[in-house]
Write a protein that binds this ligand. Structure first.
Ligand SMILES: O=C([C@H](O)CO)[C@H](O)[C@H](O)COP(=O)(O)O
Length: 184
């Protein structure tokens, strides 16, 4: 197949994936973020990259958002929320971070393929996305390798959540661009 035909297939997979996402779960995540003092995100590999892009847009909206492990990330406290982006919900480096956030008394949200996973079970809020787990091998859910469908879905769903926030807060792109880094 040509590259553009693959692209069409990928877009079709996302069109099908939308129907499997529960709006109530997305809204619960939006409300949990709104009710939290600080928002921390974490994830490994490509999932982590998508989580970082979400933190950036939250910052553009005026939310106090941080990426776990970065030098400017402050103390996680009980009024805060940790959002874990993990398809498997089992990634070894993420489990202790989620456990620590819970032990501090903060909220944990999991954006995952597997609400029944270790991280999913720890979470107070779960947003289930569609896709195939990275180690699933050949399957009938996607033509893409490993967790690509999930990782793309993360980016798209996080961007849809940003639009929902913009609606609620009366924000527009010009106001948000005013907060974008100008030392770049
Ligand atoms: O980077 C990844 C890999 O390329 C699989 O497609 C994953 O995002 C990374 O391994 C984290 O996995 P999950 O925690 O299961 O999302």
């Amino acid at each position: 197949m040509k590259t553009t035909e693959y692209l069409t297939k990928i877009l079709e997979e996302h069109t099908q994936a939308v129907d499997l996402i529960a709006d109530e779960e997305a809204e619960e995540l939006v409300n949990s973020i709104t009710n939290s003092k600080k928002v921390f995100v974490t994830g490994a590999g490509r999932s982590g990259l998508m989580a970082k892009s979400f933190a950036m847009r939250m910052m553009h909206m005026g939310i106090d958002a941080y990426v776990v492990g970065e030098t400017v990330a402050p103390t996680f406290e009980e009024d805060d929320i940790l959002i874990v982006a993990s398809g498997s919900g089992e990634t070894k480096t993420l489990v202790p971070i989620a456990e620590k956030a819970k032990s501090i008394g903060g909220k944990v949200a999991a954006v995952t393929l597997s609400p029944e996973s270790t991280i999913g079970n720890l979470a107070d809020v779960t947003l289930k996305l569609a896709g195939a787990a990275k180690d699933q091998g050949t399957n009938n859910k996607t033509i893409q390798p490993m967790g690509s469908l999930f990782e793309q879905s993360l980016l798209l769903v996080f961007d849809a959540i940003i639009l929902r926030f913009m609606d609620k807060k009366g924000l527009d792109t010009t106001k948000m661009y005013g907060k974008h880094a100008n030392l770049e």
